[in-house]
Design a protein around this ligand. Structure first.
Ligand SMILES: C[S@@+](CC[C@H](N)C(=O)[O-])C[C@H]1O[C@@H](n2cnc3c(N)ncnc32)[C@H](O)[C@@H]1O
Length: 280
């Protein structure tokens, strides 16, 4: 069968569709509660935080304005110019001492300063080797400190890739790899001899009204973000199959339509990487 050519999202379209997804997501309060719990339990007063893939700063804002422990100093890596600009504005408003590196983080990034806490909030999808990247961040975190990654569990969006990706011929590279989940991350850590903690958060997405005719444009944007492609360019039959897949996984509760997409909280301790124990 001839594959269907489709462009992946470019950085501008990524930022637009991410905003649509986040507006529908009910996961952030649960993630922020987990973050608040961990910072209170694990981080000293005035702790130094590293936020890799900080986005627009909505997570650090929620932490600073909620009942978690705010860092004394905040360092971020954020390469998307639109997100980095929004992040800068957020940090100014919060009055938090900070440093923003508007460039990508990788396993070769030099990390001089010791941190007490490092966060990857839904950013490991972008890394060539997510487990190695998380372990690299752990080398800059003090013993007893924590590295926390929020990453999709191996459900809904992740499960769409084996179903639909074989039909597609991407004409541009996919920026965020939503085929990556906590399952692959944990396996990658284990092959390097590190056993992380994993908590699955029962996080729904509210898709109420999205399958109504008036919701069509928003649904296109939502699925574009899930599959990281320009959904509106796909043939009608394939769009129908994909929409049916998403709608079929939703349940109605208290008058709302929810798609359950559990997010995993994967945690490592600082300095945990022990390359000599690497398993094969
Ligand atoms: C899904 S967003 C998550 C943003 C934010 N952490 C949140 O939870 O709302 C992923 C972010 O990672 C950023 N990113 C992509 N590649 C990166 C890299 N190599 N290093 C650091 N951040 C990266 C993207 O630009 C994007 O803003």
């Amino acid at each position: 069968m001839t594959k269907i050519p489709v462009p992946s999202l470019d950085p501008g379209r990524y930022a637009e569709t991410f905003a649509v997804f986040v507006a529908r997501s009910l996961e952030y309060p649960q993630m922020v509660a987990e973050l608040a719990r961990m910072t209170r339990a694990e981080c000293p007063e005035g702790y130094r935080m590293l936020d890799i893939g900080a986005g627009t700063g909505q997570v650090i804002r929620a932490l600073a304005e909620g009942d978690g422990r705010s860092p004394g100093h905040y360092t971020a890596f954020e390469p998307n110019p639109r997100h980095a600009a929004a992040l800068g504005a957020t940090l100014q408003q919060l009055g938090l001492p900070h440093q923003v590196h508007a460039c990508p983080f990788s396993t070769t990034t030099e990390l001089g300063t010791p941190y007490d806490f490092a966060l990857f909030s839904h950013s490991l999808y972008w890394m060539e080797d997510p487990a190695a990247t998380m372990l690299h961040a752990a080398t800059a975190v003090v013993p007893g400190g924590k590295v926390l990654a929020f990453i999709a569990g191996p459900y809904g969006v992740h499960a769409m890739f084996p179903l639909f990706e074989p039909l597609l011929d991407r004409t541009s590279p996919m920026l965020q790899n939503n085929a990556m989940s906590s399952l692959e991350l944990v396996r990658g850590l284990r092959t390097r001899g590190v056993e992380p903690d994993l908590r699955m958060l029962p996080t729904p997405i509210d898709l109420t009204g999205l399958f109504d005719p008036a919701g069509e444009a928003e649904l296109d944007e939502f699925i574009s973000f899930c599959l990281q492609l320009e959904f509106s360019t796909l043939p009608a039959w394939l769009k129908r199959d994909i929409v049916d897949y998403v709608r079929g996984g939703c349940v109605t509760q208290d008058g709302c339509l929810y798609w359950y997409l559990p997010t995993a909280a994967v945690t490592l301790s600082g300095q945990c990487a022990v390359p000599s124990t690497t398993r094969t």
